[in-house]
Design a protein around this ligand. Structure first.
Ligand code: NAP
Length: 368
């Protein structure tokens, strides 16, 4: 078993709530939903209280409905919960969503309109003008737009989202370069693990001994638009996109977890590029989760891995409980200016772990 889930949460956090906050997980039976259940087992601030899925699972005990696929045992408390149908009245105000995007849009709106804080993984609301698309290390100030959203809904409820799993790795890996030199253009090619498609996503017949150079659901479009909102500014209540252009090409490859990507960057101030300075900026990169010592925060959100053949999914995806992005192979690019390789654990830092970190940020800021 990997050390992904056995390492403890960050200790000594400043603003722990007096009692663990009860939470619900929408889509709890799915690939991301199971990660939520796993990560919540020992969470110091949040306690799993309700699980929600489709009519296929509703009414059944979670132990039967989930078809557990992770490499730690299903937590006993979760196993005994009865799965609720989507739309059911919930006792928890904090709701994590790992719902399929075919139903997430409406369902998340519905719960937010009922007063819940919905922390979502799905793509449906990511680009809404009053919904933060959060990576707390990069744009924690984007929560400033939430008050506007609450006004629109006429209550205390709201939605925050985390980005697409590849976007998280890309945005985090390029952030230090953007701060040092400014970025003009990005070309990224991803090699994405099968867990990113959900359990029923890619048939083994299709992916074994194979690479599929296409991922549906607008994957390339998401990677080409989301980083611009994340690394953009919130000005007078409006998001102003970062000015760079992105070209993304995506591939599904036969790894189970961990999205690897090769990235080339065109810079705004290309005359002064110093590779040592970039490596140092990657290793020294810190953000609000580190300053606030949030329980899911990695000590270092980015790790530069110096070996010539790293990062690799199997060897590097579990770094800091799957919450750190690994970067390597930094070198000049003959077409653009700089090249690098990045790796993100897609269901932890790219999904459930990211959403937990978002909720911890909201709690630390008194917004729950
Ligand atoms: N996997 C990743 O790496 C990743 C990363 C970032 C974001 N995301 C996003 O997270 C979401 C979940 O992805 P996933 O990979 O976990 O998918 P998944 O394994 O297919 O799970 C989907 C979940 O949604 C539920 N669901 C499906 N149809 C429903 C309906 N009509 N009513 C109520 N519940 C329904 C399923 O419940 P049943 O079991 O009852 O059918 C299941 O719990 C997607 O929006 C995806 O784009 C995934």
């Amino acid at each position: 078993m990997s050390d992904t889930m056995t390492a403890p949460y960050t200790a000594g956090e400043a603003k722990a709530p007096v009692k663990r906050i009860p939470v619900a997980v929408l889509g709890a039976t799915g690939s991301v939903g199971q990660r939520f259940v796993q990560l919540l087992e020992h969470h110091p601030w949040f306690k799993l209280h309700e699980v929600v899925a489709s009519e296929r699972s509703a009414g059944r005990p979670y132990r039967e409905a989930a078809g557990w696929r992770l490499d730690t045992l299903m937590p006993d408390d979760a196993a005994a919960l009865a799965v609720k149908p989507l739309g059911a009245e919930l006792q928890s105000r904090l709701v994590f969503s790992g719902l399929d995007s075919s139903v997430a849009g409406e369902a998340e709106d519905d719960y937010a309109n009922r007063g819940c804080v919905v922390v979502s993984n799905s793509r449906n609301h990511r680009m809404d003008p009053d919904v933060p698309l959060l990576i707390p290390e990069l744009n924690a100030d984007h929560v400033g737009v939430i008050e506007q959203q609450q006004k629109r809904r006429g209550g205390r409820g709201y939605i925050v989202t985390n980005p697409n799993c590849s976007t998280i790795g890309l945005a985090m890996a390029i952030a230090p370069v953007e701060r040092l030199y400014g970025i003009e253009a990005i070309h990224v090619t991803t090699m994405q693990a099968i867990s990113g498609a959900g359990y029923n996503g890619v048939a083994s017949w299709a992916i074994l001994d194979n690479v599929i150079p296409y991922i549906g659901g607008g994957e390339e479009e998401k990677i080409e638009s989301e980083p611009r909102k994340i690394l953009g500014r919130l000005e007078n209540g409006q998001f102003v996109d970062a000015p760079f252009r992105i070209s993304a090409q995506v591939n599904r490859v036969p790894t189970i977890d961990g999205h690897l990507m090769t990235i080339s960057l065109g810079l705004r101030s290309r005359n002064f590029v110093n590779l040592d300075q970039v490596r140092e900026a990657i290793d020294n990169f810190r953000g609000e989760p580190q300053h606030l010592r949030l329980p899911s925060a990695p000590h270092r959100p980015l790790h530069y891995v110096a070996e010539a053949d790293r990062p690799q999914p199997r060897l590097d995806r579990d770094r800091e409980r799957g919450m750190s992005v690994s970067v390597g192979r930094l070198r000049p690019c003959p077409l653009l200016d700089l090249r690098m390789v990045a790796l993100v654990h897609n269901t932890i830092r790219g999904a459930a772990g990211a959403a937990l970190l978002n909720a911890e940020l909201l709690e630390a800021k008194g917004m729950l």
